[in-house]
Design a protein around this ligand. Structure first.
Ligand code: PHB
Length: 399
């Protein structure tokens, strides 16, 4: 082959590759252009504070990276998803189709996240889930472009099940949560950990999301008198539930346990009602590692707020994306390399170092925590290096 023929062939290949990239939504990025990040989070409703903490955490990671991703400036588009699954497809399309973002960050609510995934899987847009624990995201709907920096609902449910299964006095438990994917998966995880120890579920109680009328259910728990109540609520709903549980006179009679979302970000609001409560989660206050102390100080200084698990998850999403973008020098078009770099990175998180599973879910230690004052203090690790629900792991056909 003559040199000129080689050059020409290479040139044509380059043109063809460029043309392909340019037609793929969310991929092409001109020299010097900004990286477009779409935030789809709840800014109103019961999960509003969670959305804010995630965005803050993400922005902090970015600021610590010189405000850039792979050397490029970042431009944000924002959508308030209201934690409403019915509006989720339109909302995510605003980011993917209208704004043509390169990366979508979202969201909190499992039902909304599941709808988002259906769109981002189809478009191929890089998607980082900074909270929603919905199993399918890293199960049957897993995909190379979908990553999660938080947890699966099953993980924190399972860990508390294991803890309770080791307590001989806890022979029967009532579960209570919102009836939607997340609530159902927390209960499934709890049962997977708890039932194998010989314990029983006295009753499963439910209410529709995002209702917070707990009185009738609390009366029912009082009449069943289980050895413990396992409940999942979060945000405004968690604050109200923890207070109502204590006000109903149940706090000292029937221990209330749950995934850490029940007490994260709500301790100032619940005051005495939360004291002594035990929960399981992939983060705790006062871990007192150098990494966590630095993060907490920087977050408190920047936002005049104490960080919580949601802030950590947003922060870790920023770390993950920054690692990927660095590897491709900010060229989002080099999708395969970007994804490969994200897959192999170790996140040096405030929660402790973690890596992704093959299905793109964090494999992580789950802490047992106990409320003291306004802190969810670590009482040690409940389950070490926990991966996802085996059923979801088996259902993910990737990697
Ligand atoms: C969820 O819907 O997956 C979800 C929402 C709030 C939480 C945790 C999980 O705190």
């Amino acid at each position: 082959m003559t040199k000129s023929a080689f050059d020409r062939r290479d040139f044509l290949k380059g043109v063809a590759a460029g043309a392909t990239l340019a037609t793929l939504p969310g991929l092409a990025l001109a020299q010097g252009a900004k990286v477009k990040v779409g935030l789809m989070l709840p800014y109103t409703g019961t999960f509003a504070a969670l959305g804010v903490a995630i965005e803050n955490g993400f922005r902090l990671a970015l600021a610590e990276n010189g405000g850039k991703l792979g050397g490029r400036e970042v431009e944000f588009s924002k959508v308030d998803d209201e934690s409403d699954p019915a509006k989720a497809t339109d909302n995510v399309n605003r980011l993917v189709t209208r704004d043509k973002v390169h990366v979508v960050l979202g969201t909190v609510h499992s039902g909304v996240a599941a709808a988002m995934i259906r769109v981002t899987r189809e478009s191929g847009t890089l998607h980082i889930i900074p909270n929603a624990g919905v199993g399918v995201a890293t199960g049957p709907l897993c995909a190379p472009n979908i990553f999660r920096t938080s947890f699966s609902n099953w993980q924190s449910g399972y860990a508390m099940g294991v803890v309770m299964s080791k307590r001989p006095k806890v022979k029967n438990v009532v579960t209570l949560t919102w009836r939607y994917a997340a609530g159902e998966e927390f209960v499934k995880g709890f049962k997977d950990g708890y039932l194998k120890g010989g314990g029983k579920i006295a009753k499963e109680l439910w209410l529709p999301f995002p209702q917070v009328e707990f009185q009738a259910l609390l009366t029912e728990i009082a009449s069943i008198r289980p050895d413990a109540t396992y409940a999942f609520f979060a945000g405004g709903g968690a604050a109200k539930f923890v207070k109502d549980y204590a006000a109903a006179g149940l706090k000292d009679k029937i221990p209330l346990v749950g995934p850490g979302f029940l007490t994260d970000g709500v301790l100032e609001a619940v005051g005495a009602a939360g004291q002594g409560m035990e929960t399981t989660l992939h983060y705790a206050d006062s871990l007192n590692t150098r990494r966590d102390n630095e993060f907490r100080l920087a977050y408190a200084k920047t936002f005049k707020l104490q960080p919580d698990v949601y802030a950590v998850q947003g922060y870790d999403a920023g770390l993950l994306l920054a690692a990927g973008m660095k590897a491709v020098n900010g060229d989002v078009g080099r999708k395969k390399e970007l994804i490969a770099a994200m897959e192999k990175t170790t996140i040096d998180s405030p929660r402790g170092r973690w890596k992704l599973s093959k299905a793109h879910n964090p494999v992580q230690d789950i802490y047992l925590r106990k409320v003291a004052g306004v802190e969810n203090k670590s009482a040690g690790i409940a389950v070490k290096a926990l991966d996802d629900d085996p059923a979801m792991m088996a259902a993910c056909k990737m990697g």
